[in-house]
Design a protein around this ligand. Structure first.
Ligand code: ATP
Length: 251
């Protein structure tokens, strides 16, 4: 197995509150890793540390390391803008910009200095194809992104992340605001994307984790209780707390 992100002894604090406690995990390359656990256990906090989105919140601090591409992402040598380009993120609620479909996809590449129309056109087509949205929007690229359905908007947000040519895609409950049909489209898409990208997904749905992930990590009150192959975690969990959670006996 090839490790893409190696987290070592990570503690994370909001002010005095310790939200993550001594997390150690190896995220496998080109696999889907699901984070599950009850509300407030630290799943979102943890996924947000992986591209330093928590830096935007005042009063946070951490100890430990997140090794990506051979170095700690919190090292002063790391350029956060470059890091977020390589480790892209898709959020719970689709959040396209109030711009056209085309402009949403090229937003990042343009900010990174790509100006040539032919190059931008190519990025739009490739990213939308990879996000399984091209066929639905190719004749209306100039329409507002807000004219799309929720599921289409979320695929557009995935296309927007893919336009940056990321290496890792972090998804924080990407289907929680979507209906079952749109959800299954995103799940199919994730299945396809893992050929090219390392994917980490936070999900409230154990069924979803079971359907789409290769590995599952179960969190409880800031601790990583158990981590392993999804089929094993769901069929024979080693920790009683994992078993209670996946069988619905938790709490
Ligand atoms: N910006 C913040 N400031 C202070 N505390 C926070 C902040 N964000 C999260 N927390 C706290 O950190 C803990 C973990 O929250 P987090 O959102 O990571 O959990 P979660 O497992 O993703 O929950 P959910 O499934 O409900 O989204 C919670 O106790 C939460 O109240």
């Amino acid at each position: 197995m090839s490790v893409k992100i190696n987290v070592k002894n990570l503690d994370f604090y909001y002010g005095d509150f310790k939200a993550l406690n001594d997390i150690n995990i190896e995220i496998e390359e080109k696999k889907v890793t699901a984070f599950i656990g009850p509300s407030g256990c630290g799943k979102s906090t943890f996924i947000r540390t992986m591209n330093r989105m928590n830096d935007l919140i005042d009063g946070t601090k951490h100890t430990g390391e997140i090794i990506y591409d051979g170095q700690d992402i919190y090292s002063p040598k790391v350029d956060v803008v470059e890091l977020r380009k390589k480790v892209g993120m898709v959020f719970q609620k689709p959040n396209p910009f109030p711009k056209s479909i085309y402009e949403n996809v090229v937003f990042g590449p343009k900010r990174h200095g790509i100006k040539k129309k032919s190059e931008l056109d190519k990025i739009v087509e490739t990213s939308l194809k990879d996000a399984a949205l091209w066929e639905e929007v190719k004749d209306r690229l100039d329409s507002s992104a807000w004219s799309l359905s929720g599921g289409q908007q979320q695929r557009l947000c995935i296309a927007r992340a893919l336009a940056m040519k990321p290496d890792v895609l972090l998804m924080d409950e990407p289907t929680s605001a979507l209906d079952p049909v749109a959800t299954s489209k995103i799940e199919e898409l994730i299945e396809e994307l893992k050929d090219k990208y390392t994917i980490v997904i936070v999900t409230h749905s154990m069924q979803q984790a079971g359907r789409i992930s290769d590995n599952t990590a179960f969190f409880l009150m800031g601790n990583l209780v158990e981590y392993g192959e999804t089929s094993r975690i769901f069929s024979s969990p080693e920790d009683k707390r994992t078993e209670d959670y996946i069988t619905g006996r938790f709490g």
